[in-house]
Each structure stands twice: as C-alpha cells, then as structure tokens.
Design a protein around this ligand. Structure first.
Ligand code: NDP
Length: 277
C-alpha cells in the first residue's frame, strides 16, 4: 500500500490521519496514512527515513513548514509565494513542495460558506505563517481591498510589500489594530494565534458591514472567543477553521492521487465528533 503521513511536533492531536483515511475509503484509493512525530532537530532525517521506507508524500505541520520549504527540490507557485510548504510529494525527479492552506481557506469560504471574494473588503488579522500562506489565493479572488493588520505593524507592512505585485487591482495595505477604528469589512479572517491562548486581538468596535462573515482559522468545540466577539460586534455570521483544515487536506490528496475527494461528508463527521466533545 502507498504510504503517506502528517509530520509535526507535537502530532498526536492531528486529525489528518482520520481525514485522509476517510478520503481514501471514499475514493477507493489504496493507501495508508499515519501521524509521524519528528524530533525538533530531526525533521530532514525523519523525512529521509520515511521516503526510504517507500513513503510517497507528507503533510507538514507546526513547526516544520519552513524546513519543508528548504527541503523541497521544486515548489508550486503558491508554495513559492508563501515561502512555506505543508505538502511534500516524492517522485523519481525529486521532492515537490506545495502549500494547500490558502486554497483550502478559499474553497471553504467560497464553496462551503457561499462567501464570494470578488469586490469585497477583506481584513486579515495576523502576519505569521498562516497569513503568508493565504495571501496569494485570497488576492486571486480579486477583492476590492485586502488589509493586513498585525500587532507588530512592521511584519504586516513587509508582507503587503512582498505581495504588492500580486494585488492585481485589489487595494493591498497594512496597519496596526488601532488604525482599524472607523473602518468596516465584509470579511474578517483571524489568522493570529491569539485564539490558541484564548485571547483576542485588540480590535476596535464596529468592524463589520451588514451581512459580514467573521472567520477564525482556529477551530474547536463551539465558538472561539473571536467568533463570540465578532457576533457581539455585529458580524452576521461566523465560521471556524475546521473547513479550511479539511479542504487543505482535500487539495493535498488531489495533488498526490489525482482524484478530488468529496469533502462535505468528512467535514460533517468531524464537526459532529468535535461537538460531541
Ligand atoms: P504564527 O506563530 O506564524 O503567527 C502568529 C500571529 O499571531 C502573529 O501575527 C502574531 O503577532 C499574532 N498574535 C499572537 N498572539 C496574539 C495576540 N494575543 N493578539 C494579537 N495577535 C497575536 O502562527 P500561524 O500563522 O502559523 O498560525 C496562526 C493561526 O492559524 C493558529 O491559530 C493556527 O492554528 C491557525 N491555522 C489554522 C489552519 C487550518 O487549517 N484551520 C492552518 C494554518 C494555521 P506578532 O507578529 O505581533 O507576534
């Protein structure tokens, strides 16, 4: 059987084995997908061993996405733009590095949540790896504007400068949280890691237009603090990042196997499982 895995540290919590096993069953693909713990100083060695044992591909998660980028021989355009890799495919001609996080987010927004990006005003909170990974696919949706806001303003400004060439008619800008006062957005995406510590980015009130969606990349049981605060501030609807997780996995699966799985039943099952605690 073809072998795949998700590699990270820690990794025991990962839902990727469950997602890919469900995709394989659904599409009739013969493969085994496991969770692979790599020592913090042993990413490349662990990858090499997995590949030597016949591994065909890996998903890469925290903290190895930059090392995975360095390890790949070739990159897709979206991985090149992100400067980070979450998917490795091993072939006779070397290692291909891809980044499916942004495509996963955009697919969740557009296909699952019915949130079109074209002509919209988007606020992206955070300027870390997740933001870097989603900027190109978000800009490809041709929003009217895309504003990156971050605690450390310089990091947001650096990203806006780096992606300026891809803005293609969208107004791409960067600022701190204070500078958002008085501005309103159709879509606000929380790509900070604040929710992981049950914290909130310090946002001014009145951020949401009528009908606006607030999206937290973090997911879990019930609403995150960001989702609760967004509803209180007037967001019409909220969503967490579980759909992004399943959609980035579907994108990786399609790259490896050439078959696109139906993500809807897998997402629904994961949601039921999360809600049941
Ligand atoms: P990074 O560590 O690279 O970046 C963290 C970002 O969060 C920085 O911009 C940092 O600001 C900001 N931040 C951290 N704490 C706070 C706070 N208390 N208030 C305001 N800003 C804060 O993390 P990633 O970009 O890799 O991940 C971000 C989030 O996205 C995580 O929650 C992760 O779980 C989620 N994610 C979800 C995915 C999914 O499939 N659903 C996929 C990938 C990521 P500063 O620069 O000032 O330090």
């Amino acid at each position: 059987m073809d072998r795949y895995a998700v590699i990270g540290n820690p990794i025991a919590h990962s839902k990727s084995p469950q997602i890919h096993t469900a995709f394989a069953r659904q599409t009739g693909q013969q493969l085994r997908y496991e969770a692979l713990l790599a020592p913090l100083d042993g990413f490349a060695d662990t990858v090499a061993r997995f590949r030597a044992e016949g591994g065909r591909g890996l998903n890469v998660t925290v903290p190895f996405k930059l090392e995975a980028f360095a390890l790949a021989d070739r990159h897709t355009a979206r991985a090149q733009a992100a400067g980070a890799v979450n998917t490795l495919a091993f072939g006779a001609d070397g290692i291909l590095g891809d980044n499916t996080d942004g495509a996963g987010l955009v697919r969740d927004l557009e296909a699952n949540l019915g949130c079109a990006l074209g002509g919209r005003h988007i606020l992206l909170l955070g300027a870390g790896g997740a933001t870097r990974g989603v900027l190109l696919p978000l800009l490809a949706g041709r929003p009217a504007s895309l504003t990156i806001a971050n605690r450390s303003v310089g990091k947001a400004e650096a990203l806006a400068a780096l992606f300026a060439a891809h803005a293609d008619g969208s107004a791409l800008a960067a600022c701190g949280f204070d500078a958002l006062a008085g501005r309103r957005f159709d879509l606000v995406i929380n790509a900070t890691s604040a929710s992981l510590a049950d914290e909130l980015p310090p946002l001014p009130p009145g951020l949401y237009t009528a009908g606006a969606l607030a999206y937290d990349m973090m997911y879990g049981r019930g609403h995150t603090r960001f989702m609760q605060a967004a509803l209180a501030d007037g967001a019409a609807r909220v969503a967490d990042g579980l759909g992004m997780l399943v959609e980035q996995a579907a994108e990786s699966f399609a790259l490896w196997r050439g078959v696109r799985p139906d993500s809807a039943p897998v997402l629904a099952a994961l949601r039921r499982q999360l809600d049941a605690g």
